[in-house]
Write a protein of this length. Sequence first.
Length: 449
Amino acid sequence: MSTIDPPSADDHLALYEALTRPPAEADRHRPATPRPAGPGTDPDDAALDWPAARRRAEAAGTAARRARPAVTLPLHTATGLVLAEPLTALTDLPPFDTAAMDGWAVSGPAPWAVRDTGVLAGAGTEEPLTDGEAVPIATGARIPAETTAVLRTEHARTDHHGRLHPNRIVTQGQDIRARAQECRRDDPLLPAGALVTPAALGLAAAAGYDALNVLPRPTVEVFVLGDELLREGLPHDGLIRDALGPLLPPWLTALGAEVTGLRHLGDDATALYAAVASATADVVLTTGGTAAGPVDHVHDTLHRLDATLLVDGVRVRPGHPMLLARFPAPTSGRTRFLVGLPGNPLAAVSGLLTLAEPLLRTLAGRGAEGCPARLREAVPGHPEDTRLVPVTLDGESALPLHYGGPAMLRGLAAADGLAVVPPGDGRAGQELEILDLPWSMSALGVCFT
């Protein structure tokens, strides 16, 4: 059976140097590809600035969420969702006095006569202790009435008469977890809107819950467009591998969405219309077809379905021809959306973070995350558009990575986040917003500043 050796320190150094060295001269001056446009039209006329596009996506998700009823789910299925109402304690915690250590429950001053039968966790009510009496007790067991303290096993000895003596001073209440030490019944534990983390699940279970009232997880269907895309094998004869089919579903899941389907539709306008018209998910996500070329059918599909364009182009590089649309609300009142991502992989990720992430986050009731960081090196900006640049994070600084062209994923695969570079050059030492990636430490709540 063959094995694969883990990367060595030299391997990591080589990767780091490859991603941070200046690009080849031929790549350095390559002009940005403009978004195609129809005769007599300027695609920049309708394009929004990057911050405005993000705000519009957030507002759309927030408005739609208000019409989404909460759901009650068993604890084990609620991870990653958001509480629809405050979590209050259904019982005291602990619900009764318990032993914090293995040892003896003792009453009154030493020495103590020891009962023959001990008290284990989960046992019923024990007879009260009398003055001068002790009983062996296990961690977590209920304390008998009239107990003065718990004497740890290692802090006691017995004499030849079998009486128990302490090796150190015994204080009232030592090593006893008092009833309601953590909270009392009806105490608030977590507010509405709190993320249900594994720790929150444990707290809810301890406080008496079997299920939680949460906001539902938004559903997403992904339609990958493009006749040139292969789903397996090596590129050949003008065909290239589909990178977004494997990339998008786990990323969307990490954003708190439920991916209900992934389909490859090619560049077929009829197939696209039928797929979007029959989709039942809260959000349809398309890749490619958002510009104005001969096989770009997303705008026509939205027009045929009487959708409202909320965002039609964003002044951001890469990812300029992205869009967000809202479908007419059905009688159920449930609002549905389409997010159109560009077809190039890094441009699609730009659209994912610019429009899909804030839309899905607010639909799910989640708050924004992320931390600022200072650029360790200058990065070329765009004179009019925001740039999203893959970076690694080290302490309080962000190091820009190369291989950040619209069709490239090499820099992103090694990145901790994407730096938001406003129009103009990003100066060394400049503090910038960093967009979290699902696998980065900042996405887990660890701030780098």
